[in-house]
Design a protein around this ligand. Structure first.
Ligand code: PRP
Length: 182
């Protein structure tokens, strides 16, 4: 039997599941952006692994750039106030932009980013969210065009997602044992 990290309670998405999901998003983007050369923006740090895989799954011309943002707050719950720590090197005016995110929770980070990037007059902005967290009674502040998978309202880590900077290197999406963070 495969051994998972001892801090992981359940595995929600295996490496195989992830491959299939990313390939599926890559196919959709390849069709939708044929001949368009979109700029894929990875929101660091969480999205770095998803973006690397997604770029390889997109079969048409595309470019990549990186942004780092930080939300003010306790680091567990998103506050909605976002600070740009690292800005793009690429001018996005007139460009088709796809923001790649590892997880959409409240959607406040992306809502802020869309406003900030929208002010630079790109031709289009869409979101590719690897995961969307389903929270009962709450609707995320933004609607991604591409969604990999929905996950329950649990502390998920791996495939770029962290808890206190740990677990980003796990090749699967797992649920953290509550005793690790409580
Ligand atoms: C995570 C994730 C998203 C954001 C989602 O980032 O990567 O950017 O939270 O939350 P929201 O939809 O409620 O705004 P985090 O601030 O943990 O930084 P990281 O990417 O460096 O892990």
């Amino acid at each position: 039997m495969e051994q998972f990290h001892p801090d992981i309670k359940d595995v929600l998405l295996s490496e195989d599941d992830i491959k299939k999901i990313v390939s599926c998003i890559g196919d959709q983007i390849s069709t939708d952006y044929e001949g368009k050369n979109p700029l894929v923006i990875a929101v660091l740090r969480g999205a770095f692994i998803f973006t690397a895989d997604l770029m390889r799954a997109i079969k048409t011309d595309c470019e990549v750039d990186f942004m780092a943002v930080s939300s003010y707050g306790d680091g567990v719950k998103s506050s909605g106030v976002v600070r740009i720590i690292k800005d793009l090197d690429t001018k996005i005016e007139g460009r088709d932009v796809i923001i790649a995110e590892d997880i959409l929770d409240s959607g406040l980070t992306l809502s802020y980013l869309i406003k900030a990037l929208g002010a630079r007059h790109p031709k289009s902005i869409e979101i590719a969210a690897f995961l969307v967290k389903d929270i009962e009674g709450k609707k995320p502040a933004v609607t991604p065009r591409y969604v990999g998978a929905h996950v329950p309202d649990a502390f998920v880590v791996g495939y770029g997602l962290d808890y206190a900077e740990h677990y980003r290197n796990l090749p699967y999406i797992g649920v953290l044992k509550p005793e690790v963070y409580s």
